[in-house]
Write a protein of this length. Structure first.
Length: 290
């Protein structure tokens, strides 16, 4: 028996672009693909169950990308959830090509970005993409041209908000000089905080900071979304992975973690993190760990 729908989440909400209100524990769809983020998953039916269960548990922000599969996660999202709930925000990304498994190459030519946005719309079954993110900046193409192409698509009504991924404060501000930016998606977790300055800047500027790979913590959670080497529960009955997500939710109101998994059981474990309240002492001791 499934648990009842719990909305809004105990982890609170944030607003993206001033008008998209989302619960602060989202879902990252990258792990719904095959090995090397390539092709179909071993169990497509379980992938559909994961997506539907995520929404039941209060997820209303799902992050995907044309490069996941390619398009595997997009098609699964459409199969599982279309027609979409009014409050469901689907964010996707363009700007990385996939020659093969575990191979990621940036392409930021405006005509390519436009083509991929059109394909995202088709595969997701959307009239407009709520949040379209530049997956990576292509060093061979001026940033102004890449962001400018997305701004043109927004003017045409095909994109609602624009975001960036894996950027510095300098790159973020360079893009904001061209067009409004609603979000940043950078690698960030308790153990890897090299983008702390970007997080602080996003918080000050009212931007969402989407934390990808929030459980890439070695002993706490394995990269494939399974429990890592730390076994058993910790104080209070929470697992280490749950505490890691609870720390992110406490650390900054701008943070939007998007843990991904291909397992319903692991999804339910992750989502329970939103209800965890860290004491001041626990938060300080976790923050001090480098």
């Amino acid at each position: 028996m499934t648990q009842p729908i719990t909305r809004p989440q105990a982890g609170g909400t944030l607003r993206i672009g001033g008008d998209l209100t989302v619960n602060r524990l989202g879902y990252g769809a990258m792990r719904l693909t095959g090995p090397g983020i390539w092709g179909d998953p071993a169990d497509p039916a379980e992938a559909v169950r994961v997506l539907r269960r995520a929404v039941e548990l209060g997820v209303n922000f799902i992050d995907t990308a044309d490069a996941y599969g390619p398009f595997t996660s997009d098609l699964l999202i459409k199969k599982a959830l279309h027609p979409y709930a009014d409050d469901l925000v689907i964010a996707t990304k363009v700007g990385l090509t996939r020659p093969g498994p575990d191979d990621w190459r940036p392409v930021g030519r405006p005509e390519y970005l436009r083509q991929q946005v059109e394909l995202n719309l088709r595969h997701l079954g959307l009239d407009a993409i709520p949040l379209l993110q530049l997956h990576r900046i292509d060093p061979a193409v001026p940033l102004e041209d890449q962001v400018g192409a997305l701004a043109e698509l927004r003017a045409e009504g095909k994109i609602r908000h624009i975001g960036l991924s894996e950027v510095t404060v300098e790159e973020l501000e360079k893009a904001r000089a061209v067009t409004p930016i609603a979000s940043v998606q950078n690698l960030y977790n308790l153990a890897e905080r090299k983008y702390e300055d970007v997080l602080l800047h996003a918080e000050q500027q009212g931007l969402a900071f989407i934390a990808w790979f929030p459980l890439a913590m070695g002993q706490l959670a394995a990269p494939d979304g399974t429990q890592g080497s730390a076994e058993g529960d910790v104080a209070g009955g929470a697992t280490p992975a749950q505490l890691a997500l609870a720390w992110l939710l406490r650390h900054s109101p701008a943070l939007l973690p998007i843990p991904g998994t291909s397992s319903v059981a692991h999804l339910e474990e992750n989502m329970a993190s939103a209800a965890i309240r860290l004491s001041d002492e626990d938060y300080r001791s976790m923050t001090a760990v480098s």
